[in-house]
Design a protein around this ligand. Sequence first.
Ligand SMILES: NC(=O)c1ccc[n+]([C@@H]2O[C@H](COP(=O)([O-])OP(=O)(O)OC[C@H]3O[C@@H](n4cnc5c(N)ncnc54)[C@H](OP(=O)(O)O)[C@@H]3O)[C@@H](O)[C@H]2O)c1
Length: 317
Amino acid sequence: MKQINLGATSLQIPAMALGIMRMEAKSPADAAKAIDAAYENGINFIDSADIYGQGKSEEVFSKALKLSSTKREELFIQSKAGIIIDPARSHGSFVFGSRYEFTKQHILEAVDGILSRMKTDYLDSFLLHRPDPLMDLEGIREAFDILQASGKVRFFGVSNFNPQQFAMVQNIVSQRLMFNQLQFGLMHTGMIDFGIHTNINDKDGTNHDGEILEYCRQHHVTIQAWSPFQYGNFEGTFIDNPDYPELNATLAKLANKYNVGKNAIAAAWILKHPAQIQMVMGTMNPQHIADSAKGADIRLTNQEWYNLYLDAGHQLP
Ligand SMILES: NC(=O)c1ccc[n+]([C@@H]2O[C@H](COP(=O)([O-])OP(=O)(O)OC[C@H]3O[C@@H](n4cnc5c(N)ncnc54)[C@H](OP(=O)(O)O)[C@@H]3O)[C@@H](O)[C@H]2O)c1
């Protein structure tokens, strides 16, 4: 498995992580197979959040880890918090928030809840899940200091933050923020569209993300690409989806050339970006995990990378 730097450090982490958002729907035995398949393929990085399955994903994970041949110490476990869910607005894996909350008390309680559900004494990394317009910066600073001093959290980061939001938190906390988890994949390319369409008066020239990709590269923040094989706001996969015939034809052609599956090509497209992105895959299918992991060894040519971008429906000015 290709290794990348953990944020601004020289510590090494795998270029792929296993996200457990969908683990709530699995039995501990099946979840254990997913964890072991990831580990056997060099993916020892787990991404969670307290809201996944409203806590159930983390409960299944701890039961699964007992059944698996992988040990806690062999894993880098990350979780996120700050979204307060409203069961009435949620269905299945798709939970919706009634508010965000980044107070000192909520952060501390949320981490304790995660540790208790995951049955571990510490998180390798903890992220603020989404930017909260009401966030209490002093409270975040105090909470991070307590979590670090107590040994409950080793590294910190954020998710879905734009550059100004990132800088605002970074300027107040004592720890260097290592991660920014953002949606990125062939069918979710806003972070690069704007850069390509700078100074062009078309829809891709709209700056939704505040040049977050360039910001993270300059500040050595690891971008974690969530929902890499999904279109829309993780509405479904584009792989083998008849609504995306041109993209699937190009994926199939390259899959044939490199002797892998389409998921490996879609993964290789993300990992080719020089920002050293870490891809967070969400499949719970051991075969899909193993097949996707092969993408880390594929070096697409620049033209192949552009062909995939164009056949996914994006345009060059
Ligand atoms: N920070 C955030 O705001 C945020 C938001 C959403 C997600 N996330 C993180 O991102 C992780 C991944 O999200 P995701 O599950 O939406 O990502 P994904 O890897 O893009 O999608 C996984 C889904 O695609 C399906 N799939 C169908 N064909 C596939 C194939 N050939 N290969 C691989 N998968 C295939 C999988 O089904 P099978 O299981 O049947 O393979 C699974 O349902 C989550 O677990 C979570 O950790 C973060």
